[in-house]
Design a protein around this ligand. Structure first.
Ligand SMILES: [Zn+2]
Ligand SMILES: [Zn+2]
Length: 310
């Protein structure tokens, strides 16, 4: 073999890796965008939603800060039999139009006419359920009830919150883990196909409001235990509020946040949160960490999130 042919062979091997990142056995990979939309600088130029294809069967959809400064992230999974959407957005968002657009393209790519859709929620706060009414009347849509009893029944969670439920979307099992603390109805999802753990508002790069401290501490320990023997490729939450400057978050209600941290955290962040909660013991002071803040709130007072925060 000539030196030129060896070089060509090496180049072709290299480009193959560049196109398809190496996968861990049994875990399907995906990508994140270089940047997420936030809310500006010119709102007229910013789309209401950013749809990102993590891979062909998982979409991450971010609401623009121009529509609502909460700018939540929504997740849309596809299995062989069903699709599942987590959360429906914040404020006056046309969520169903955005989600239906993604579903229509997925159907076309798979030569299918329709797929049933399950709409569930990371938790019950207003910035995650605002678009519910847009889905309730659509054909083929099942809404998971926004109650502990209804959620437990739907996902076959025998004892709330200590048991774990499942949903099978068709060759795609997702574990449903109750994690009360931020909200009574908080859930984490573990997608066995991608190894992604979705933690809602209970862990993300930003302000982790803790309403029920003891419940939150127990839930976090339960998540640590659940993930001990599993591959966790990414931990994804529902907001980004943290800036790229360590320990510094964007102010509450900021629409335009061009220097925000990436969305994806790792299991190391979960362990950091768990250790910190253990150390906090009786303290209810805010705990600033590099990539997020643990922010206990007084359960006796109205929950400040999302309209008014402390
Ligand atoms: Zn919340
Ligand atoms: Zn939220």
């Amino acid at each position: 073999m000539t030196a030129t042919r060896v070089l060509l062979l090496l180049l072709s091997v290299g480009s193959g890796f560049a196109q398809a990142p190496p996968a861990i056995a049994g875990i399907r990979g995906g990508t994140f965008p270089d940047k997420w939309i936030t809310g500006g600088p010119k709102c007229v130029e910013v789309p209401d939603w950013q749809v990102h294809e993590y891979n062909e069967d998982l979409y991450i959809i971010r609401e623009s800060g121009c529509t609502d400064p909460e700018k939540p992230f929504l997740y849309l999974f596809f299995g062989k039999d069903r699709a599942m959407l987590q959360d429906t957005g914040s404020g006056p968002a046309e969520t169903a139009r955005a989600v239906n657009g993604v579903i229509a393209k997925w159907l076309k790519a798979h030569n299918r006419d329709a797929i049933p859709l399950v709409v569930m929620h990371s938790h019950s706060h207003g910035d995650h359920i605002a678009g519910d009414s847009q889905f309730k009347t659509l054909p083929g849509v099942t809404m998971v009830p926004l109650t502990v009893a209804g959620t437990a029944q739907f996902f076959a969670i025998k004892t709330w919150p200590t048991d774990i439920g499942q949903i099978d979307l068709g060759d795609r099992l997702i574990d449903i883990i109750p994690i009360p603390g931020h909200d009574t109805l908080s859930l984490a999802l573990y997608d066995r196909q991608t190894g992604i753990l979705i933690t809602g508002d209970s862990l993300y790069p930003g302000r982790i409001y803790v309403k029920d401290f003891d419940a939150f501490k127990t839930s976090t320990q339960r998540l640590v235990d659940f993930t001990r023997d599993r591959i966790v490729t990414h931990i994804l939450g529902c907001h980004i509020e943290q800036s790229t400057t360590p320990y510094v978050d964007y102010q509450i209600g900021t629409a335009y946040s061009p220097y925000e941290l990436p969305l994806a955290l790792s299991r190391a962040h979960l362990l950091e949160m768990n250790d910190t909660l253990q150390e906090m013991k009786a303290s209810r002071d805010r705990k600033l960490l590099r990539d997020f803040t643990i922010w206990p709130i007084d359960p006796q007072h109205p929950f400040p999130h999302p309209a008014k925060r402390p």
